[in-house]
Design a protein around this ligand. Structure first.
Ligand code: KG4
Ligand code: ZN
Length: 377
């Protein structure tokens, strides 16, 4: 849906919005302010992770996540208001992720926001979590539209063009697992710990990335979609075939898997860079390629993307890690932009497990990821 530009009245006003997030395993509340010229200030940014609660299970357990969100959300709202030195009456709107994500978790933020909106009479803004990620680079620094975004986390792997607030075009997404899931599940099989991505990266440090051959997903296939399930299975088969694996075997397999994931991301992104450059020839050089999501922390992945970006006349932009991973600042930012455009929601706004950002490509190419964190695409 195309959003209208900010109304003259909203544009002339400074707006302050509380954003809430609970779609996966981070409970978060943040307050952002938007000046009439569009400049944003972060007044509060509180995040509570759940790593310890899920670690014994080696992955996110939806029921445990939902309960933890419900228990933590009220306290985080109070913390955020205190940090900003504001009362609910000082806010102009309440924004919450209303999908996509683990439905029990999504409901924690959305119901809290509805309660606050009902009690205070402030407008509710129901936010698509993916739009939060898409706008996240604009929290820390001005970034002109259009730009290309690679979103790589435990729940999502997507290539998107952000054309304007509210206008996104999805070039591709994963057909099966997200990239973070391939890291996490391989790490789990190898007994490296949870969360698996950072553990696998550490293990790979002294490994030989060329020792084990892994398949290149979707090799030669057109388009910008991703697939990581085959790679993950191949890694498990190699692991199962190793008799009494040594530390060196572990490091070599971790390095090989990491290199294969980085190469797969880079190769598909290369196609998206070409599409973007053709579609927006007038974009100032170097053109922006933004990478967001937890997997953006991986040095091998960053190096591979930097190589692709540089070769194609792009510059790789990675928001600070705290806004790369799940957070509420990005949800408050979407809330501000929608509120400034008069886009508010009724108290009957539904919680949605699935909610494609770009309805047009969802219909023509309904690729749905179904990873450990639930369907996200
Ligand atoms: O964005 P995020 O915090 O949460 C969502 O999934 O929404 O991303 C978490 C994912 C996990 O799969 C985690 O293993 C992965 O990002 N990750 C990494 C690294 N740090 C986090 N993967 C590879 N290398 C890392 N250094
Ligand atoms: Zn996310």
């Amino acid at each position: 849906m195309d959003l209208a530009p900010p109304s003259p009245q909203a544009q002339a006003r400074t707006l302050t919005v509380l954003g809430l997030e609970s779609s996966c395993d981070e409970t978060a509340a943040a307050i952002l302010r938007r000046a009439p010229d569009g400049a944003v200030t972060v007044l509060a940014d509180c995040v509570l992770g759940q790593t310890e609660a899920h670690a014994p299970f080696g992955g996110v357990v939806p029921e445990i996540a939902a309960r933890a969100h419900a228990e933590a959300m009220d306290g985080l709202v109070v913390l955020a208001l205190e940090a900003a030195g504001l009362a609910v009456s000082d806010l102009d709107g309440i924004a919450a992720t209303s999908g996509p994500g683990l439905i029990g978790g999504v409901m924690a933020a959305l119901m809290t926001a509805k309660g606050l909106a009902l009690g205070s009479g402030k407008p509710l803004i129901a936010v698509n979590h993916l739009e939060g990620h898409a706008l996240s680079p604009r929290i820390s620094a001005p970034l002109a539209f259009p730009y290309l975004l690679l979103l790589v986390s435990g729940g999502h792997t997507q290539l998107l063009i952000a054309e304007e607030v509210g206008v996104y075009h999805r070039l591709g997404s994963t057909l099966d697992d997200a990239a973070g899931e391939a890291f996490d599940k391989t790490a789990k099989v190898m007994g490296l710990g949870f969360p698996g991505g950072p553990a696998l990266e550490r293990c790979a440090e002294n490994g030989d990335a060329e020792r084990f051959d892994l398949p290149m997903p979707l090799k030669g296939k057109p388009g910008c979609d991703f697939s990581f399930a085959g790679l993950k299975t191949a890694a498990r088969q190699i692991w199962d075939g190793l008799e009494a694996p040594t530390e060196q075997d572990k490091a070599d397999l971790a390095a090989s898997v990491q290199a294969a994931i980085a190469a797969a991301l880079a190769r598909r992104t290369r196609r998206a860079l070409a599409i973007f450059a053709e579609r927006y020839p007038a974009t100032a050089r170097p053109m922006p390629l933004v990478v967001a999501g937890g997997v953006a922390a991986n040095k091998a992945v960053r190096a591979a993307l930097e190589g692709e970006a540089g070769a194609a006349g792009f510059r790789l932009i990675a928001p600070p890690m705290k806004w790369c991973t799940d957070n509420a600042a990005m949800i408050a930012l979407v809330g501000l932009e929608k509120l400034a455009r008069g886009q508010i929601d009724g108290l009957d706004a539904p919680a949605r497990a699935r909610w494609p950002l770009d309805a047009a490509s969802a219909q023509s190419d309904p690729a749905i990821g179904s990873g450990r964190k639930g369907p996200k695409a």
